[in-house]
Design a protein around this ligand. Structure first.
Ligand code: ADP
Length: 520
């Protein structure tokens, strides 16, 4: 059976070998087991259902959330000599009827459908008459409310599958699933948790870095000058920021395009096409851009602003280097961007629970910017990998600065948090440590604390950065989403008791950059 799968891999796709995880997933599906496949972006998920589709009788239904993605996939399959079609809102009702008739006739091996179509009772009735062997669900994390991209229509998938008389095999695929989301996917789709196959999330060709305290426009101008010939994506959090950056880049002669939801569909697909064809080298975009885009030579992804959570970050950054060549993923951090994300979150009118959950995720994103450990390992831990190896490539792994002992300063902060009753947030703790004359501090009687003004020689920013560092190192935990309160973790208590040392990379103050600002 697997021999035939390998022959099909060569015959239809031109590849000699399966990539890690592909063969295990295909074998399990061919054995009739419902399966969840977790593979990094660019790992080759599509082949995991396309080859079984060719080998199984009847038709494979592929549920996929994006119309543009479906069209690309169908076009590629047709080019490879595989009969495939799609059903979504881009085609007329009469055309959809015709396609359904052809599907019944057995013309197609694969049919891509948008999840919204599952809400159409007529379509559901028609499906009953098809010989469906496999239902593949792309971007399966959309089924989970814990995921970052929950789509209610995904909840219709399981009832649909249960109604199909041929009892098809289910294959759920995703690149971003924390353990809780993986569990949710399995539970919602009737997959045995033991039948989840994960190849791990590590992307060996991605070089991660974060930049704080830099003039971001200067950084960009320098980066784009040094990487003139390369293709890359710059993500910003808002349409306004995308427009601003785009205008500046164009003015400075960068061959840039832009993409956000405020543009017409025509403009967006035009820009996307130009980027895919290498007629535009740098795409400035909001998170609306990129899902399902298979552009192999993206050499860098720069986040001009912090994204809302690690799922989004890894998915967006992961668009770099799909061809396996070394590529850079840079995150530019600025404290005010946390407020931008906060604003965007409030705009979406979340429930209290949801708000707290999202704020916790945002805080973790910030921890990523402040960690001094391996950045790839930080990401992998987030997605549930235990004890991941350091990548040896990221900015932190390559950081040769020596570490200094900051245990005493850490004890000052931790002790101050305890003395304030573990009831306050970062700003007030920092104010007490700096000896601020704020009225609130007087009212609470914090002036009498022994830690009041104990870090008076440091700037307010240095103190809050240091608290962020201690949080990223997990000596401090944030509790409560909206106005997080600082509390000590067990490790933090060990530091306070003098049982654990705290080391921090020496802060080297970079002299003002003498970059030619004219470019921007
Ligand atoms: P994703 O996991 O992000 O959905 P795709 O299925 O789009 O990834 O595959 C990413 C790229 O890898 C595609 O260009 C695909 O043709 C290629 N690919 C998939 N499987 C193999 C393989 N076994 N050998 C070489 N290239 C492969």
């Amino acid at each position: 059976m697997m021999e035939q799968a390998r022959q099909y891999l060569k015959k239809y796709f031109g590849y000699d070998q399966f990539r890690s995880g592909q063969d295990a997933i295909i074998e399990q599906v061919l054995n009739g087991r419902n399966t969840a496949g977790v593979m990094p972006t660019g790992g080759g998920k599509s082949i995991c259902y396309q080859i079984p589709a060719l080998m199984l009788p009847g038709v494979t239904l592929v549920i996929s959330p994006l119309i543009s993605l479906m069209k690309d996939q169908v076009d590629t399959l047709l080019q490879n000599g595989i009969e495939a079609t799609l059903l979504n809102s881009s085609i007329s009702a009469s055309e959809a009827d015709q396609r359904l008739r052809d599907i019944k006739e057995g013309v197609y091996k694969l049919v891509y459908v948008a999840p919204e179509r599952l809400e159409n009772p007529y379509f559901m009735r028609e499906l009953q008459e098809l010989n469906i062997s496999l239902v593949a669900i792309d971007e399966a994390h959309c089924i989970s409310q814990w995921g970052h991209d929950f789509r209610p229509s995904y909840l219709r998938i399981n009832p649909l599958i249960e109604q199909i008389p041929s009892r098809p095999v289910v294959l759920a695929l995703t690149a971003t699933a924390t353990p809780i989301v993986q569990k949710d996917i399995c539970r919602s789709l009737g997959i045995d948790e033991d039948d989840a196959i994960s190849t791990g999330f590590a992307r060996k060709n991605l070089i991660f870095s974060t930049l704080k305290d830099e003039n971001r426009d200067q950084y960009l101008s320098r980066y784009l000058t040094e990487n003139k010939e390369e293709s890359g994506i710059i993500y910003a959090a808002t349409r306004k920021e995308v427009d601003r950056l785009y205008t500046r880049l164009i003015k400075s002669g960068v061959n840039a395009g832009r993409y956000h939801a405020g543009m017409s569909e025509h403009e967006r697909s035009e820009q996307q096409e130009l980027f895919l064809q290498d007629n535009i080298s740098v795409m400035v975009a909001t998170s609306a851009f990129g899902m399902g885009i298979d552009k192999s030579n993206v050499r860098f992804v720069i986040h001009y602003q912090i994204p809302k959570n690690m799922e989004s970050y890894y998915q967006e950054a992961g668009r770099a280097g799909r061809d396996g060549l070394d590529s850079e993923c840079v995150l530019l951090y600025s404290p005010q961007d946390i407020r931008v994300q906060r604003f965007l979150l409030d705009q979406s009118n979340p429930s209290e629970d949801r708000l707290n959950q999202e704020l916790t995720k945002l805080n973790l994103m910030k921890d990523y910017c402040f960690t001094e450990g391996c950045l790839q390992a930080f990401i992998l831990r987030y997605f549930g990998e235990e004890n991941p190896d350091d990548c040896g490539r990221c900015e932190n792994c390559r950081d040769s600065r020596s570490s200094v002992d900051v245990t005493t300063e850490a004890q000052m902060v931790l002790s101050c948090i305890i003395r304030m009753g573990e009831r306050f947030g970062k700003t007030l703790v920092a104010q007490v440590l700096s000896g601020s004359k704020n009225k609130k501090i007087e009212e609470f009687g914090f002036k009498t604390l022994s830690t009041y003004g104990i870090m008076g020689k440091k700037s307010a920013k240095d103190i809050t950065d240091f608290i962020d560092f201690l949080t990223a190192r997990q000596f401090i935990a944030l509790s409560g989403g909206q106005f997080p309160i600082l509390k000590l973790t067990n490790e933090g208590k060990q530091v306070l008791l003098g049982k654990q040392q705290v080391l921090r990379k020496e802060i080297v103050k970079v002299a003002a950059l003498s970059v030619d600002d004219e470019l921007f």
